[in-house]
Design a protein around this ligand. Structure first.
Ligand code: NAI
Ligand code: 3PY
Length: 386
């Protein structure tokens, strides 16, 4: 028998029981659920990552839907427990759902939601911040200053890389990868090389138009290239940012061999998922190549770092905060709640998960739809015509 898990309850008399495994930013998501007759139970346990047993206890005997987190292991055990409790809806409060076994959800007929779009620019901004911080050695310089080591301007003090005119490489030019590419091209006049399974047509058009604008103003135009292999990006780019989904095709995409093909002074940024990079190989590469720099938001064994990484001056490490802006986190909570609510109410699925703005407008009721259900097709769920 699992020990009881502490909870906070909103609208105790609500007809539908919706559980959130964590407290989430904002109150709109709670109000939207209450307005549709939900009893909302929020787990208030102090520990950061809930175990499968904790979540089974939270689900209990009757549960209509759960909002969960990317740190949780949503597999056979949890979907079976949710199904036994009468639940048909789960949403990650995240766009990435590599922590969810979608086949297991399909087996139990549970809809799986995610939260695309609302974190695109926020995550791209953090990737751009890490790129700049690495290029200009901002963290090292900050530590130097605080240690009282600064005794006057010097020609060689913290010399880094100028981004203008260099090449930015993007691996995975989806929503976030494309937004990051635009920031680096437009903001710093970098040339673009990208690799994705699909052509990023809008991104290509943007860089072409911006290049023409620069040329018309007497400046060096920026250029773009769609690489035919990932290795081409690794060989040619000066700054490389990783933005693919994590699946078996992207696990350890960056390994010892590929690191060795990159420029000795390249910058590698990872705001996707930790296991996209072989972190042990990366630590070794950073040790051997002190001018190679990385900016990491995600780690292979979160919350841990591989031995040696924390001691390296050529690594900037932050704790998975790429989506951490207030607007984004409140939006993620809203989308996750509406995914669950939509399934409970029998609403159709929103037609375009890349355009979720109507769900985020605080001054209007959200559309009667689930914003993004990743297994809608597998479950044969109807799509909204709105
Ligand atoms: N660090 C953080 O806080 C955050 C991390 N993420 C991660 O970023 C990922 C991407 O998010 P979005 O851009 O919204 O998703 P998206 O689905 O729009 O983009 C992913 C892109 O990766 C490409 N891709 C898939 N397999 C590939 C492969 N083998 N090689 C090259 N490209 C491949 C896809 O074609 C797609 O264009 C999420 O799945 C999540 O894991 C997302 C938000 C915040
Ligand atoms: O949405 C995601 O995938 C995240 O990593 C949240 O930061």
């Amino acid at each position: 028998m699992a020990k009881p898990v502490s909870i906070e309850v909103w609208n105790p008399s609500g007809k539908y029981r919706v559980v959130s495994t964590k407290s989430m930013p904002g109150t709109r998501w709670i109000n939207l659920l209450i307005a549709q007759d939900c009893r909302v139970e929020i787990c208030t346990e102090k520990k950061t990552i809930l175990s499968v047993e904790d979540i089974v206890a939270l689900i209990g005997d009757k549960c209509d839907g759960v909002i969960g987190q990317l740190t949780e292991d949503w597999g056979e055990t949890l979907f079976a427990a949710l199904s036994r409790a009468g639940g048909k809806a789960f949403s990650n409060m995240a766009v990435g759902y590599n922590n969810v076994d979608v086949n297991a959800a399909n087996k139990y007929g549970v809809a799986v939601g995610n939260t695309p779009g609302v974190l695109t620019e926020t995550t791209a901004e953090l990737a751009a911040s890490l790129s700049l911080a690495a290029a200009r050695r901002i963290v090292e310089a900050d530590e130097f200053m605080r240690a009282g080591l600064y005794d006057g301007w010097l020609p060689y003090l913290f010399v880094g890389n100028l981004l203008k005119g260099q090449t930015v490489g993007v691996i995975g030019a989806g929503r976030i990868g494309s937004a990051y590419a635009r920031m680096m091209v437009e903001g710093f006049k970098m040339n673009l090389i990208y690799y994705d399974l699909y052509q990023a047509t809008r991104l290509e058009k943007f860089v072409t138009a911006y290049g023409a604008f620069l040329q018309a103003n007497g400046e060096q135009p920026v250029t773009w290239k769609r690489a035919s292999s990932m290795d081409e990006v690794l060989r040619e780019a000066d700054v490389i940012s990783l933005h693919p989904v994590l699946d078996k095709t992207t696990y350890h995409l960056i390994n010892k061999e590929r690191l060795s093909t990159m420029k000795k002074e390249a910058i590698l940024v990872n705001c996707s998922r930790g296991p996209v990079v072989d972190e042990v190989a990366l630590v070794e590469h950073l040790k051997q190549n002190p001018k190679f720099r990385v900016g990491l938001d995600v780690f292979e064994d979160e919350p841990y770092m591989k031995p040696g990484l924390a001691e390296l001056k050529n690594a900037i490490v932050v704790p998975h905060i790429a989506s951490a802006s207030k607007w984004t986190r409140e939006g993620m909570a809203t989308l996750a709640a509406l995914n669950v609510l939509g399934k409970i109410k029998g609403y159709p699925i929103w037609g375009n998960p890349n355009q979720v703005e109507p769900f985020l407008n605080e001054n209007a009721s959200p559309p009667a739809a689930s914003p993004s259900i990743v297994n809608a097709k597998a479950l044969g769920l109807p799509v909204s015509k709105l």
